[in-house]
Design a protein around this ligand. Structure first.
Ligand code: FES
Ligand SMILES: [Fe+2]
Length: 440
């Protein structure tokens, strides 16, 4: 990938950029519904380089709008969320959740022009505990994407958020780069540490698997494959437009998980992690022979207290400022390959360590980076076709394509066609089409 404009078009997300325009064609998951209380405090929200506020009005409707009051730009974050709208504390103008100016009490009645003033508000929707924002200007609002994990009711899904302090693309690429697993996460364990039937054992028997990669209706897909006894082991994973991933670490038939790598701005990313509450679904927490999970395993991120800052939500205690609490002793003794605890934080550390935006001109991509390279090309092509011809990117007008994406692991007999095997498994795994309801 050449440095320069390709790289800039891939990574920049602000208004007027190629990727920013692409991202604005989709619904973005932005907050947990529980972060906004009716008539509660507004929340500062940074999305695609825009400073916004989010609030929930008295009737429960969520408003998301430019934080600047359209009168003279005082921040509506300081505003009073009361009786069906947010009132600017400077001159008292008030806006409803859709951005309509509903009161202009500091202007003499005969000069009132509230009907002509609108805050820059974006459309919002809620589903299964998540608040979504649509920052595009298409008149016809797309339906929320039927990505499987987002369709699970709140009682059947666990959702968490983490802020990552780097560009969205390098953060996302960690999830479509299966070659790092046997090093970053499992570099200190060998085949003898696993029971023979542990589903991750072969990832350390052969740490350099072969790949298939292809473009799909939803984005890109890969399968890493390795001979495993008499059979072939397959690990499938996906990139879904514009910033979703599905990882391979679970039993294909029951594994329902997804992550969104939502760009806050060019150098900060909000990771939304979703997984079905299915005890048998994820492999990473399964014990090794010694009865413990992978070295350094920790069940959840430890957070600093949230603040009201633009970058104040969902920050881990382990961060660049304390070298991710790296334990050099555990690294030297090979107790933990990285010396960093928790799989997610190991990924956080390496992708943030690349710098705020990776210098693509400094990289040397190899055979294990096929999926990364292909995904960059697909993103870049889609962004350019939107910019140059107005062609909507994948899933923007046809979100049903997302429902066919599933990730996970399975085995086949040798010689099976990889994509036919995938389609057979998807057909067996997915029982019912979701209802494609339009968002509000
Ligand atoms: S700046 Fe908001 S009412 Fe004047
Ligand atoms: Fe990882």
């Amino acid at each position: 990938m050449a440095a320069g404009s390709d790289s800039e078009d891939l990574t920049r997300v602000g208004p007027g950029t190629a990727m920013g325009a692409l991202m604005r064609q989709y619904w973005l998951p932005a907050l947990a519904s529980s972060e906004l209380k009716a008539d509660g405090d507004p929340v500062r929200l940074m999305l695609l380089g825009e400073k916004l506020i989010a609030f929930r009005d008295s009737a429960g409707k969520v408003g998301v709008m430019d934080h600047r009051c359209p009168h003279r730009c005082a921040s509506l974050f300081l505003g009073r969320n009361e009786a069906g709208g947010i009132r600017c504390v400077y001159h008292g103008w008030k806006f409803d959740a859709a951005g309509n100016c509903v009161d202009m009490p500091s202007v003499p009645a005969h000069q009132d022009f509230k009907d002509k003033v609108k805050a820059k508000a974006y459309r919002t929707a809620e589903r299964n505990g998540l608040v979504w924002v649509y920052m595009g200007d298409r008149a016809e609002l797309p339906v929320l994407p039927p990505i499987e994990a987002t369709l699970l009711p709140e009682s059947r899904v666990s959702v968490s958020f983490v802020q990552r302090d780097c560009n969205w693309l390098q953060a996302l690429e960690g999830d479509i780069d299966t070659a790092h697993f046997g090093f970053l996460h499992a570099g200190s364990v060998g085949p003898d540490d696993f029971q023979d039937d542990h589903p991750m054992r072969h990832t350390v028997v052969d740490r350099a698997p072969a790949y298939h990669v292809k473009d799909t209706g939803w984005g890109t897909a890969y399968a890493a494959w390795r001979p495993d006894g008499e059979q072939v082991s397959w690990r499938f994973a996906n990139f879904l437009f514009p910033f979703w991933t599905q990882a391979p670490n679970g039993e294909f038939g029951s594994f329902v998980a997804a992550r969104a790598w939502v760009p806050m701005d060019d150098t900060h990313t909000l990771v939304v992690l979703m997984g079905g509450r299915n005890a048998s679904s994820g492999y990473s927490s399964m014990p090794l022979k010694n009865g413990k999970p992978l070295p350094g395993f920790a069940p959840r991120v430890e957070y600093l207290p949230n603040t009201t800052d633009w970058y104040g939500r969902w920050r881990p205690v382990a961060n660049a400022g304390n070298d991710y609490q790296i334990d050099r002793e555990a690294q030297h003794s090979n107790e933990i390959f990285t010396g960093i605890r928790m799989i997610f934080m190991q990924d956080q550390a390496v992708t943030e360590s690349m710098g705020p935006i990776t210098d693509h001109g400094f990289e040397h991509l190899g055979g294990s980076d096929l999926m990364v390279a292909r995904t960059r090309r697909r993103l870049l092509r889609a962004a350019r076709e939107l910019q140059e011809k107005g062609t909507l990117p994948p899933g923007a007008a046809d979100p049903e394509v997302f429902f066919a994406a599933r990730s996970g692991a399975f085995h086949t007999a040798p010689g099976a066609d990889w994509w036919q095997a995938y389609e057979d498994r998807v057909a067996a795994a997915i029982k019912a089409k979701p209802e494609m309801t339009a968002a509000e």
